[in-house]
Design a protein around this ligand. Sequence first.
Ligand SMILES: *Cc1c(COP(=O)(O)O)cnc(C)c1O
Length: 394
Amino acid sequence: MPKINIVPADRIKNLPPYLFAAIDKMKQEAIRQGKDVINLGIGDPDLPTPAPIIERLQKAVADPRNHQYPSYEGMLSFRQAVAKWYQSRFNVTLDPVTEVVTLIGSKEGIGHAPLAFINPGDTALMTSPGYPVYHAGTLFAGGRSYFVPLLEKNGFLPDLSSIPESVAKEARIFFINSPNNPTAAVATRAFFESVIDFANRYNILICHDAAYSEIYYDGVRPVSFLDVPGAKEVGIEFHSLSKTFNMTGWRIGFAVGNGEALAALLKIKSNMDSGVFQAVQEAGIAALEMQDAALGPIRKIYQERRDALVPGLHKLGFKVVSPQASFYVWIKIPANTLSAEFASRLLSEAAIVATPGVGFGTAGEGYIRMTLTSSTERLLEAIDRMEKAGVVGG
Ligand SMILES: *Cc1c(COP(=O)(O)O)cnc(C)c1O
């Protein structure tokens, strides 16, 4: 049979290897060798979706009205539930018709956003370390990524004054993310105010990723970017039901904020996808209506885990700030050690999967990330194994 040469486009060749796939391969290999692997690598909640959400889906799935194509922007009832939740949770008023767009998970919206705002050769600002999709989406749009480092001395918030004037002038969008993956840093209101000034000065659209706003500790609630005066004029906020309600597999999220920006994003989306299954949107309404009834117990569990893992790491000599939000722990490793080497030592000597910081960007070198998505018992077991194997900080 004749055969053609399959030649992937440059945009695929230029992609950095997808970090979590590489980690997964290492893990599979260890499991194949019969090891009892403790996976602290992947940010996917281990807890089940709360029952009322599942029940709402079960009902909705039987309704033939939900079997047809949904609307591109999402059901009005879902967008109204989002607006209502934003009002009660963040004190932010949204017009459900023009200021809320339903997404197939926030990753979908984040990945598509550069197609809506970046021309070939344009610059997108983002942080290093950071969620890999900001860069991938920018690459696919033919744009260039400029990485602002997240440094310990700045509380892991981007230092806007470090961005060269020439870069800022060329930038069209800026991805920021609080509570942060992977550093767990939480933006202050003052930081958001400086971001809004920066956006106005250089005419840059702010894309704030708030996937972890509801995973917080000690009762200290992260603020919404949109709760800061002037934010809606310069930006949009991405949100997800995934991490909040243990719904990563369901694929539902939303973007809110600037109506013109959302209309541009929707233009891309309506040519690429056909929205979220309505039964899933119905379940999403149930989730947003549950609010703290669902979230209180979930937060309590993560907090208990944090309070087991972090003191254990301190005992082993690691420098780590106890997270105030997100389910990530960002751990400084001993100086002169590469994060990939440290992660592979953890796996081979203690059968623990952790994510090397460098996988989130070059400024993540010197750190590893662990997640709180395993039981307290497993986290304590991980500390025990590290101690026995002598994989310690310092
Ligand atoms: C998990 C994650 C997302 C994407 O979540 P979805 O399931 O696509 O909604 C977005 N941003 C960050 C920082 C994440 O960690």
